[in-house]
Design a protein around this ligand. Sequence first.
Ligand SMILES: [Zn+2]
Length: 534
Amino acid sequence: MKPSNYELLVVSPFQPIALLRDTFKHVTCVKSAKEALVRLQTQQQQHQDPTTTTTDRSRRLLLIDMENEQGNIISLKLLIYHLRQGTVGNFVPLVCCANDSSDYMLACIHHGAADYLLKPLSLNVIQTMFLAAHRYSPPQRLLPSPTSSTASLKSDLPQAIQSECHHYHQLKQIFNQHDGIYQAVINMYANPNRPKKEFDLASLSTDRKTALERRLGEWGFNPFDLSDLDLVYCVSWIFDQAFHLPDLAPFRLSSGDLCHGYHATNPYHNFYHAVDVLQSMYYLVSRMGFLHPHPPAPTTTSRLHNRITSIDILALFLICIGHDLGHPGVTNAFMINASTSLSLLFNDISVLESYHAMLLYRLIKTYWSDALGAPLGALFRKRVVNGVIATDMALHQDYMTKLKAFGRTSIDDKDGKPYDEEEERLLIYAALIKCADISNIARPFEVAKVWANRLVEELQCQGQLEAELGLPSCLNGFGLPLDSKGQIPLAAFQHQFITKVGIGFFDVVGDIVPDLKNWAHMARQNASLWQQQQ
Ligand SMILES: [Zn+2]
């Protein structure tokens, strides 16, 4: 099929450029989306002639010149709406514009454009425009309205066919609206309308970038004096280390979106925590030899050496930075006791983690669905969702049991049977992400102390809210007597968590990844310092 056989309808207040006429045999130009609609609807009526085939109609390209962003996003939406309604036949919607903002380009794609062409249009671009018709999947058609001709014909159908038809339409209606709950959850908990900052990474000086990179290579990483822009740079720098790995060239990331996904008002579960968890994972995988340590440092080998691929590193980084997305600053117990919509939606099972995974998957779908492709995309989703859910501390004992067994056996043997490769991968992800999530207990004591204070502050705040709502208090959930001010005793609280949970877990994972033995050692040192403060 030659490009010249495609029919091109251009929506533009300007004259179409001559190159378009040179490439396509049939070029029609209209001034506005409304004019385009009239033309398409007229053609649609003509196409109801049974001698016209669908193939003919799918060879139509519609090029919308976005000379005015605001007006033409509306034009694009209007045309896509009619395409979904089925009132204008098939066409492949393309947009062209001189605006090179990636956000704007993505907005056009999200609103239904098959491709975004940067103006001025060159001959090369014009000659490959027809390829969009081969890549494009038309949006799902909406249901015909009850007054449409199909509905009026229904009464002539036999009863059995009518009820089958009703069931079919009801199902279709449900699936057409499947995004509704998802959007409602985001609106309720993630506040998508709050103002978003622009992060201009180019505005950071070379000295500042070098200083941040040096800090990212240190175990004593302390993010609390960093600005949001610094943190966004840290995230993009760490991901860039992964993007240099084989097979990861097509992946890119908008770190600003991740920053906006966290509530800055949470004392603990905020973007600092996400970046901190990401940095500890970066530190760990670079010491394991999967990335170059920065600055250069000795690396160790582990039994995972041939098991972790570049896509695993990417998934682990993504889980770290996204594992608490949209965190409301309260625990699962609060969500369940308060009968929040989220706990009802997820049936009280890993409520927050299910929600974080849902938000994270939304970003993956937006930015990486093309780079991942179909079979890997589904696997990647499973791994990322599983990794985020693993951070639910309610599952901790299960993971301890599984990891103890995994650490004892040879890597290829589970109760005499070989490990399923994917099952093993999910377990390794869970082990590493869980270690990274609680890694702050093993940071140098002065840094660990800040994290501990912030966690207690967040819990105290939840305790206040629980008292107001008459709910069971999280402050009584640790088996520790509250101090004279009714607060969780910080030193005892930390000592208890480190000795009963942290050290044991680092030791168990340390049987698989020897570097974790160092984390256990540092956590032990901190535990004795906390004990001295009790
Ligand atoms: Zn976390």
